[in-house]
Ligand binder design. Structure first.
Ligand code: SF4
Length: 193
């Protein structure tokens, strides 16, 4: 694994506090870059690889710490977090080593595909909850953290129960102090209707 000081993540965006991306209040980090090309993906701006904004793992750890006890965990989404495996492993390793934050990950790769990646097993060992699989528009459900019914929720530690994970609200509106509005969650488009 590269030294933490040399490791950075190509970030699409982040939201310091969200209630619609896993249990409780969570810091959400959307990775930039996804090659999977699911038809109907509602966040195509995340697809191009390459830096939109590059943040060092150490900077991200400081951002998490800056939230104090207002968050109980982090959620990594995208884009595709597993397409930056070295940086992802560095991030989840630091979170596990220095915080008590829980870790939820959304990935378009299945858990078997992740296990087959060079760093996949180490990453999975450091995650509490994984929601896996490509988004399939024809099987859309948009609830319980699953965008489509082919996706699965994997409880990789005993930190959460399935009912706690599935109780996550499907959408939220957040308005920052500058008046910028962000729609998040597994079915944010419902809020636009
Ligand atoms: S894996 Fe996620 S970000 Fe990538 S195309 Fe599929 S739905 Fe979109």
């Amino acid at each position: 694994m590269p030294a933490i000081g040399q490791t950075a993540i190509d970030v699409h965006a982040y939201q310091p506090r969200s209630r619609a991306n896993g249990p409780g209040t969570r810091f959400v980090l959307w990775f930039q870059g996804c090659s999977l090309g699911c038809p109907g993906c509602f966040n195509p701006d995340t697809h191009p690889a390459g830096p939109r904004r590059r943040l060092a793992v150490a900077e991200l750890i400081a951002l998490f710490a800056g939230q104090g006890d207002t968050i109980e965990g982090i959620t990594l989404s995208g884009g595709e977090p597993l397409e930056q495996p070295d940086a992802m492993l560095a991030l989840v390793s630091e979170v596990r080593a220095h915080t008590n934050l829980s870790i939820v990950v959304f990935s378009g790769y299945t858990i078997d595909e992740i296990r087959a990646m060079p760093s996949g097993g180490e990453i999975l060992q450091r995650i509490d909850v994984l929601i896996d699989g490509r988004y399939q528009a024809a099987r859309r459900i948009g609830r319980g953290l699953r965008g489509s019914s082919n996706q699965h929720i994997h409880l990789l530690t005993g930190r959460y129960s399935m009912s706690e994970v599935e109780a996550t609200p499907e959408a939220e509106i957040r308005i920052d102090p500058q008046g910028r509005v962000t729609l998040t969650g597994v079915a944010p488009l419902r809020l636009k209707r």
